[in-house]
Design a protein around this ligand. Sequence first.
Ligand SMILES: *Cc1c(COP(=O)(O)O)cnc(C)c1O
Length: 398
Amino acid sequence: MDFSTELGIRRIVNAVGPATRLGGLPLSEGVMNAMRAAVEHNVRVDELQEAAGVRIAQLLGVPAVYVTSGASAGLSLATAVCVAADDPRGVDALPRIAGPRRRVVVQRGHRDPYDHALTAVGVELIEIGFPTSTRPGELARELDGTVAAVLWRPGHAGDLLPLDVVSRLAHEAEVPVIVDAAMDVPPVDRLQVLFAQGADLVAVSGGKGFRGPHTSGLLCGRPDLIRAVALHHQDMDVREQTWAPSEVTGVGLRYGRHGIGRGMKVGREQVLGLLAAVAEHVKDPDRHEPRYQAELSALELGLGRDRRLSVARTHNHHLAVPEVQIDIGATGHRADTVIRALDAGDPRIHVGEDQAWRDVLVINPMGLHAGEGEVVADRLLAILQSDPDTTSPAERAS
Ligand SMILES: *Cc1c(COP(=O)(O)O)cnc(C)c1O
Protein backbone atom coordinates (compact mmCIF):
# COMPACT_ATOMS: atom_id res chain seq x y z
CA MET A 1 0.00 0.00 0.00
CA ASP A 2 1.46 3.39 -0.86
CA PHE A 3 1.55 6.24 1.67
CA SER A 4 -1.33 8.14 0.07
CA THR A 5 -3.70 5.18 0.32
CA GLU A 6 -2.61 4.55 3.89
CA LEU A 7 -3.29 8.16 4.86
CA GLY A 8 -6.55 8.29 2.93
CA ILE A 9 -5.50 11.02 0.50
CA ARG A 10 -5.67 10.72 -3.27
CA ARG A 11 -2.52 10.80 -5.37
CA ILE A 12 -2.24 13.15 -8.31
CA VAL A 13 -1.12 12.83 -11.92
CA ASN A 14 1.15 15.88 -12.14
CA ALA A 15 0.84 17.64 -15.50
CA VAL A 16 1.76 20.99 -13.91
CA GLY A 17 5.52 20.43 -13.53
CA PRO A 18 7.65 21.40 -10.51
CA ALA A 19 4.84 22.87 -8.38
CA THR A 20 5.43 23.29 -4.64
CA ARG A 21 1.73 22.82 -3.86
CA LEU A 22 1.99 19.29 -5.35
CA GLY A 23 5.29 18.46 -3.68
CA GLY A 24 7.62 18.82 -6.67
CA LEU A 25 9.00 16.26 -9.13
CA PRO A 26 9.93 12.58 -8.69
CA LEU A 27 13.56 12.09 -7.62
CA SER A 28 16.00 9.85 -9.48
CA GLU A 29 17.49 6.70 -7.97
CA GLY A 30 20.88 8.45 -7.77
CA VAL A 31 19.46 11.42 -5.86
CA MET A 32 17.51 9.13 -3.50
CA ASN A 33 20.65 7.09 -2.81
CA ALA A 34 22.63 10.25 -2.03
CA MET A 35 19.92 11.43 0.36
CA ARG A 36 19.79 8.07 2.11
CA ALA A 37 23.60 7.97 2.51
CA ALA A 38 23.59 11.59 3.73
CA VAL A 39 21.68 10.81 6.92
CA GLU A 40 23.87 7.88 8.01
CA HIS A 41 26.57 10.02 9.70
CA ASN A 42 26.68 13.36 11.44
CA VAL A 43 28.92 16.11 10.19
CA ARG A 44 29.24 19.78 11.03
CA VAL A 45 26.67 21.38 8.78
CA ASP A 46 28.77 24.52 8.27
CA GLU A 47 31.63 22.33 7.01
CA LEU A 48 29.24 20.33 4.83
CA GLN A 49 27.96 23.58 3.30
CA GLU A 50 31.51 24.82 2.64
CA ALA A 51 32.66 21.56 1.05
CA ALA A 52 29.50 20.90 -0.98
CA GLY A 53 29.44 24.55 -2.07
CA VAL A 54 32.94 24.17 -3.56
CA ARG A 55 31.89 21.00 -5.45
CA ILE A 56 28.68 22.51 -6.82
CA ALA A 57 30.46 25.73 -7.80
CA GLN A 58 32.98 23.65 -9.78
CA LEU A 59 30.23 21.66 -11.50
CA LEU A 60 28.38 24.82 -12.50
CA GLY A 61 31.38 27.06 -13.23
CA VAL A 62 30.26 29.82 -10.85
CA PRO A 63 32.30 31.74 -8.24
CA ALA A 64 30.75 30.29 -5.04
CA VAL A 65 27.62 28.45 -3.87
CA TYR A 66 25.55 28.02 -0.71
CA VAL A 67 22.79 25.38 -0.53
CA THR A 68 19.46 26.84 0.60
CA SER A 69 16.02 25.38 1.28
CA GLY A 70 14.83 26.78 -2.08
CA ALA A 71 15.14 29.84 -4.30
CA SER A 72 12.74 31.72 -2.08
CA ALA A 73 15.00 31.15 0.93
CA GLY A 74 17.93 32.08 -1.33
CA LEU A 75 16.31 35.45 -2.03
CA SER A 76 15.78 36.08 1.70
CA LEU A 77 19.38 35.12 2.54
CA ALA A 78 20.72 37.22 -0.36
CA THR A 79 18.76 40.21 0.92
CA ALA A 80 19.99 39.65 4.49
CA VAL A 81 23.59 39.62 3.26
CA CYS A 82 23.11 42.77 1.18
CA VAL A 83 21.62 44.56 4.20
CA ALA A 84 23.87 43.38 7.03
CA ALA A 85 26.83 41.63 5.36
CA ASP A 86 28.86 39.85 8.06
CA ASP A 87 28.37 42.43 10.80
CA PRO A 88 27.25 40.47 13.90
CA ARG A 89 25.13 43.34 15.23
CA GLY A 90 23.34 43.74 11.91
CA VAL A 91 22.87 39.98 11.57
CA ASP A 92 21.33 39.68 15.04
CA ALA A 93 19.04 42.69 14.52
CA LEU A 94 17.19 41.53 11.38
CA PRO A 95 14.40 42.08 10.43
CA ARG A 96 15.10 45.36 12.23
CA ILE A 97 17.69 47.00 10.01
CA ALA A 98 20.59 48.49 11.94
CA GLY A 99 22.44 50.19 9.05
CA PRO A 100 21.48 52.81 6.46
CA ARG A 101 20.83 50.39 3.58
CA ARG A 102 17.18 49.39 3.96
CA ARG A 103 15.67 49.67 0.47
CA VAL A 104 15.67 47.24 -2.50
CA VAL A 105 14.92 48.58 -5.96
CA VAL A 106 12.91 46.54 -8.49
CA GLN A 107 11.46 47.35 -11.89
CA ARG A 108 7.66 47.33 -11.82
CA GLY A 109 7.70 44.85 -14.71
CA HIS A 110 9.75 42.43 -12.59
CA ARG A 111 7.39 42.27 -9.60
CA ASP A 112 6.31 38.78 -8.58
CA PRO A 113 4.71 37.07 -5.54
CA TYR A 114 8.18 35.90 -4.46
CA ASP A 115 9.02 39.51 -3.59
CA HIS A 116 7.71 38.52 -0.16
CA ALA A 117 11.01 36.63 0.31
CA LEU A 118 12.82 40.00 0.27
CA THR A 119 10.41 42.11 2.31
CA ALA A 120 10.35 39.40 5.00
CA VAL A 121 13.91 40.45 5.85
CA GLY A 122 12.70 43.95 6.69
CA VAL A 123 13.60 45.88 3.55
CA GLU A 124 11.30 48.23 1.73
CA LEU A 125 10.75 47.44 -1.94
CA ILE A 126 10.98 50.49 -4.22
CA GLU A 127 9.29 50.10 -7.61
CA ILE A 128 10.63 51.97 -10.61
CA GLY A 129 9.20 52.38 -14.12
CA PHE A 130 5.94 50.96 -15.49
CA PRO A 131 4.75 47.39 -16.16
CA THR A 132 6.38 47.19 -19.60
CA SER A 133 8.93 50.00 -19.56
CA THR A 134 11.75 51.32 -17.37
CA ARG A 135 14.23 54.09 -18.20
CA PRO A 136 17.87 53.95 -17.03
CA GLY A 137 17.45 57.35 -15.32
CA GLU A 138 14.59 55.98 -13.24
CA LEU A 139 17.02 53.47 -11.73
CA ALA A 140 20.02 55.82 -11.47
CA ARG A 141 18.14 58.43 -9.43
CA GLU A 142 17.15 55.87 -6.75
CA LEU A 143 20.67 54.56 -6.18
CA ASP A 144 21.84 56.36 -3.05
CA GLY A 145 23.34 55.10 0.23
CA THR A 146 19.96 53.78 1.42
CA VAL A 147 19.80 51.05 -1.22
CA ALA A 148 20.90 47.55 -0.16
CA ALA A 149 20.37 45.82 -3.53
CA VAL A 150 18.65 45.85 -6.90
CA LEU A 151 16.46 42.82 -7.70
CA TRP A 152 16.37 41.59 -11.32
CA ARG A 153 14.32 38.79 -12.94
CA PRO A 154 14.93 37.12 -16.32
CA GLY A 155 12.36 36.50 -19.01
CA HIS A 156 9.95 39.40 -18.45
CA ALA A 157 8.69 40.94 -21.69
CA GLY A 158 8.82 44.65 -22.39
CA ASP A 159 11.15 47.60 -22.74
CA LEU A 160 12.68 46.81 -19.36
CA LEU A 161 16.26 47.40 -18.26
CA PRO A 162 18.52 44.47 -19.18
CA LEU A 163 20.82 43.00 -16.55
CA ASP A 164 24.04 44.51 -17.92
CA VAL A 165 22.60 48.03 -17.72
CA VAL A 166 21.20 47.44 -14.22
CA SER A 167 24.54 46.03 -13.03
CA ARG A 168 26.58 48.90 -14.46
CA LEU A 169 24.41 51.54 -12.78
CA ALA A 170 24.16 49.58 -9.51
CA HIS A 171 27.88 48.91 -9.30
CA GLU A 172 28.69 52.60 -9.91
CA ALA A 173 26.74 53.19 -6.69
CA GLU A 174 28.37 50.15 -5.00
CA VAL A 175 25.03 48.35 -4.81
CA PRO A 176 24.90 44.57 -5.47
CA VAL A 177 22.44 42.98 -7.88
CA ILE A 178 20.32 39.98 -6.83
CA VAL A 179 18.90 37.83 -9.63
CA ASP A 180 15.87 35.57 -9.11
CA ALA A 181 16.62 32.78 -11.60
CA ALA A 182 14.58 30.20 -9.66
CA MET A 183 12.87 28.86 -12.76
CA ASP A 184 15.44 29.84 -15.41
CA VAL A 185 18.44 27.67 -14.44
CA PRO A 186 19.17 25.08 -15.78
CA PRO A 187 20.22 25.52 -18.64
CA VAL A 188 23.51 25.98 -16.77
CA ASP A 189 25.04 28.29 -19.39
CA ARG A 190 22.44 30.88 -18.39
CA LEU A 191 24.25 31.16 -15.05
CA GLN A 192 27.48 32.14 -16.76
CA VAL A 193 25.60 34.73 -18.82
CA LEU A 194 24.04 36.21 -15.66
CA PHE A 195 27.46 36.55 -14.02
CA ALA A 196 29.02 37.93 -17.21
CA GLN A 197 26.28 40.59 -17.17
CA GLY A 198 27.16 41.59 -13.61
CA ALA A 199 24.91 39.60 -11.24
CA ASP A 200 26.33 39.48 -7.71
CA LEU A 201 23.97 36.86 -6.24
CA VAL A 202 21.74 34.44 -8.16
CA ALA A 203 18.99 32.39 -6.48
CA VAL A 204 18.08 29.09 -8.17
CA SER A 205 15.58 26.35 -7.26
CA GLY A 206 16.95 22.88 -6.60
CA GLY A 207 13.61 21.21 -7.25
CA LYS A 208 12.73 22.70 -10.63
CA GLY A 209 15.02 22.12 -13.63
CA PHE A 210 17.73 20.42 -11.58
CA ARG A 211 15.21 17.85 -10.31
CA GLY A 212 16.85 17.85 -6.86
CA PRO A 213 15.00 17.64 -3.52
CA HIS A 214 12.02 19.97 -3.72
CA THR A 215 13.03 21.81 -0.54
CA SER A 216 16.48 22.71 -1.87
CA GLY A 217 18.02 25.54 -3.81
CA LEU A 218 21.26 27.30 -4.63
CA LEU A 219 22.47 30.75 -3.89
CA CYS A 220 25.37 31.37 -6.27
CA GLY A 221 27.61 34.39 -6.37
CA ARG A 222 30.51 36.50 -5.17
CA PRO A 223 32.65 34.54 -2.68
CA ASP A 224 32.64 37.35 -0.07
CA LEU A 225 28.84 37.54 -0.12
CA ILE A 226 28.37 33.74 -0.14
CA ARG A 227 30.72 33.42 2.88
CA ALA A 228 28.47 35.81 4.80
CA VAL A 229 25.33 33.76 4.06
CA ALA A 230 26.21 31.16 6.71
CA LEU A 231 26.13 33.85 9.42
CA HIS A 232 22.48 34.50 8.65
CA HIS A 233 21.60 30.84 8.31
CA GLN A 234 23.45 28.42 10.62
CA ASP A 235 22.10 27.25 13.95
CA MET A 236 24.85 28.21 16.41
CA ASP A 237 23.62 26.96 19.79
CA VAL A 238 27.24 26.47 20.91
CA ARG A 239 29.70 27.83 23.43
CA GLU A 240 32.11 30.38 22.05
CA GLN A 241 34.76 28.74 24.27
CA THR A 242 34.46 25.32 22.60
CA TRP A 243 33.59 25.81 18.93
CA ALA A 244 36.66 24.98 16.83
CA PRO A 245 37.45 26.67 13.53
CA SER A 246 36.04 24.99 10.41
CA GLU A 247 38.32 22.18 9.26
CA VAL A 248 37.45 23.12 5.67
CA THR A 249 38.25 26.82 5.72
CA GLY A 250 40.10 27.27 9.03
CA VAL A 251 37.76 30.14 9.89
CA GLY A 252 36.73 30.40 13.55
CA LEU A 253 33.43 31.40 15.13
CA ARG A 254 32.12 34.64 13.68
CA TYR A 255 28.49 33.76 14.12
CA GLY A 256 25.71 35.26 16.12
CA ARG A 257 23.38 32.67 17.56
CA HIS A 258 20.49 32.49 15.09
CA GLY A 259 20.26 34.64 11.99
CA ILE A 260 17.03 35.46 10.22
CA GLY A 261 17.56 32.38 8.03
CA ARG A 262 17.45 29.87 10.90
CA GLY A 263 13.89 28.88 10.01
CA MET A 264 15.07 28.09 6.47
CA LYS A 265 17.35 25.28 7.64
CA VAL A 266 18.79 22.78 5.19
CA GLY A 267 19.31 19.11 6.08
CA ARG A 268 22.24 16.93 5.08
CA GLU A 269 19.90 15.08 2.72
CA GLN A 270 19.01 18.31 0.93
CA VAL A 271 22.66 19.31 0.53
CA LEU A 272 23.84 15.93 -0.74
CA GLY A 273 20.67 15.25 -2.74
CA LEU A 274 21.07 18.52 -4.57
CA LEU A 275 24.79 17.90 -5.15
CA ALA A 276 23.87 14.55 -6.74
CA ALA A 277 21.10 16.13 -8.83
CA VAL A 278 23.40 18.87 -10.12
CA ALA A 279 26.05 16.27 -11.00
CA GLU A 280 23.47 14.16 -12.87
CA HIS A 281 22.25 17.20 -14.73
CA VAL A 282 25.70 18.39 -15.76
CA LYS A 283 26.64 14.89 -16.96
CA ASP A 284 23.61 14.63 -19.27
CA PRO A 285 21.37 17.71 -19.42
CA ASP A 286 19.04 16.19 -22.03
CA ARG A 287 18.46 12.82 -20.35
CA HIS A 288 14.72 13.45 -19.79
CA GLU A 289 13.98 14.93 -23.20
CA PRO A 290 12.91 11.66 -24.96
CA ARG A 291 10.45 10.90 -22.14
CA TYR A 292 8.99 14.42 -22.32
CA GLN A 293 8.54 14.08 -26.08
CA ALA A 294 6.96 10.63 -25.77
CA GLU A 295 4.38 11.71 -23.16
CA LEU A 296 3.45 14.88 -25.04
CA SER A 297 3.15 12.96 -28.35
CA ALA A 298 0.84 10.41 -26.72
CA LEU A 299 -1.22 13.26 -25.29
CA GLU A 300 -1.48 14.97 -28.69
CA LEU A 301 -2.42 11.71 -30.38
CA GLY A 302 -5.25 11.17 -27.88
CA LEU A 303 -6.52 14.75 -28.09
CA GLY A 304 -6.58 14.49 -31.92
CA ARG A 305 -9.85 12.57 -31.56
CA ASP A 306 -11.70 15.79 -30.64
CA ARG A 307 -11.62 18.19 -33.59
CA ARG A 308 -12.92 21.10 -31.49
CA LEU A 309 -9.64 21.31 -29.61
CA SER A 310 -6.81 23.49 -30.77
CA VAL A 311 -3.62 21.77 -29.58
CA ALA A 312 -0.21 23.43 -29.92
CA ARG A 313 3.29 22.25 -29.00
CA THR A 314 5.01 25.18 -27.29
CA HIS A 315 8.27 25.79 -25.44
CA ASN A 316 8.46 26.94 -21.83
CA HIS A 317 11.32 29.45 -22.05
CA HIS A 318 11.85 29.66 -18.29
CA LEU A 319 12.14 25.91 -17.67
CA ALA A 320 13.45 25.20 -21.20
CA VAL A 321 11.11 22.23 -21.70
CA PRO A 322 8.45 21.43 -24.32
CA GLU A 323 4.80 21.88 -23.31
CA VAL A 324 1.40 21.40 -24.90
CA GLN A 325 -1.27 24.10 -24.83
CA ILE A 326 -4.88 23.01 -25.31
CA ASP A 327 -7.41 25.67 -26.29
CA ILE A 328 -10.84 24.36 -25.26
CA GLY A 329 -12.74 27.55 -26.23
CA ALA A 330 -14.65 25.87 -29.10
CA THR A 331 -16.07 23.15 -26.84
CA GLY A 332 -18.23 25.52 -24.79
CA HIS A 333 -16.52 24.39 -21.59
CA ARG A 334 -14.74 26.84 -19.33
CA ALA A 335 -11.18 25.97 -18.28
CA ASP A 336 -11.89 26.58 -14.60
CA THR A 337 -14.73 24.03 -14.61
CA VAL A 338 -12.64 21.47 -16.49
CA ILE A 339 -9.74 21.92 -14.05
CA ARG A 340 -12.13 21.32 -11.15
CA ALA A 341 -13.50 18.21 -12.88
CA LEU A 342 -9.96 16.85 -13.51
CA ASP A 343 -9.23 17.31 -9.81
CA ALA A 344 -12.47 15.65 -8.74
CA GLY A 345 -12.14 12.71 -11.16
CA ASP A 346 -10.30 9.42 -11.04
CA PRO A 347 -7.36 9.46 -11.54
CA ARG A 348 -7.01 12.90 -9.99
CA ILE A 349 -5.18 15.12 -12.46
CA HIS A 350 -3.67 18.59 -12.12
CA VAL A 351 -2.75 20.63 -15.21
CA GLY A 352 -1.11 24.04 -15.66
CA GLU A 353 -3.60 26.86 -15.13
CA ASP A 354 -1.53 29.96 -16.01
CA GLN A 355 -3.58 30.37 -19.19
CA ALA A 356 -6.95 29.26 -17.79
CA TRP A 357 -8.20 32.85 -17.93
CA ARG A 358 -8.34 32.42 -21.75
CA ASP A 359 -9.62 28.83 -21.62
CA VAL A 360 -6.25 27.25 -22.39
CA LEU A 361 -4.89 24.30 -20.39
CA VAL A 362 -1.12 23.81 -20.23
CA ILE A 363 0.50 20.38 -19.96
CA ASN A 364 4.07 20.28 -18.63
CA PRO A 365 5.73 16.84 -18.95
CA MET A 366 8.33 17.15 -16.15
CA GLY A 367 6.22 15.38 -13.52
CA LEU A 368 4.51 12.81 -15.76
CA HIS A 369 5.30 9.12 -15.37
CA ALA A 370 5.38 6.77 -18.36
CA GLY A 371 1.90 6.36 -19.85
CA GLU A 372 0.36 9.37 -18.09
CA GLY A 373 0.25 11.56 -21.21
CA GLU A 374 -2.36 9.19 -22.61
CA VAL A 375 -4.21 9.08 -19.27
CA VAL A 376 -4.50 12.88 -19.26
CA ALA A 377 -5.86 12.87 -22.84
CA ASP A 378 -8.48 10.21 -22.04
CA ARG A 379 -9.76 11.99 -18.92
CA LEU A 380 -9.85 15.34 -20.67
CA LEU A 381 -11.84 13.99 -23.62
CA ALA A 382 -14.33 12.28 -21.29
CA ILE A 383 -14.95 15.58 -19.49
CA LEU A 384 -15.14 17.65 -22.67
CA GLN A 385 -17.62 15.25 -24.26
CA SER A 386 -20.14 15.82 -21.48
CA ASP A 387 -22.63 18.69 -21.56
CA PRO A 388 -20.75 21.89 -20.55
CA ASP A 389 -23.45 22.96 -18.10
CA THR A 390 -23.32 19.70 -16.17
CA THR A 391 -19.56 19.07 -16.19
CA SER A 392 -18.97 19.86 -12.59
CA PRO A 393 -21.76 17.90 -10.86
CA ALA A 394 -21.41 14.99 -13.30
CA GLU A 395 -17.68 14.70 -12.67
CA ARG A 396 -18.14 14.82 -8.94
CA ALA A 397 -20.70 12.03 -9.15
CA SER A 398 -18.48 9.80 -11.30
C1 LIG B 1 9.65 28.91 -8.00
C2 LIG B 1 10.11 30.32 -7.89
C3 LIG B 1 10.69 30.80 -6.70
C4 LIG B 1 10.79 29.95 -5.46
O1 LIG B 1 11.57 28.83 -5.63
P1 LIG B 1 11.60 27.69 -4.49
O2 LIG B 1 12.80 26.89 -4.84
O3 LIG B 1 10.31 26.95 -4.61
O4 LIG B 1 11.71 28.38 -3.18
C5 LIG B 1 11.15 32.10 -6.67
N1 LIG B 1 11.03 32.90 -7.75
C6 LIG B 1 10.48 32.49 -8.90
C7 LIG B 1 10.40 33.43 -10.05
C8 LIG B 1 9.99 31.19 -9.01
O5 LIG B 1 9.42 30.77 -10.14
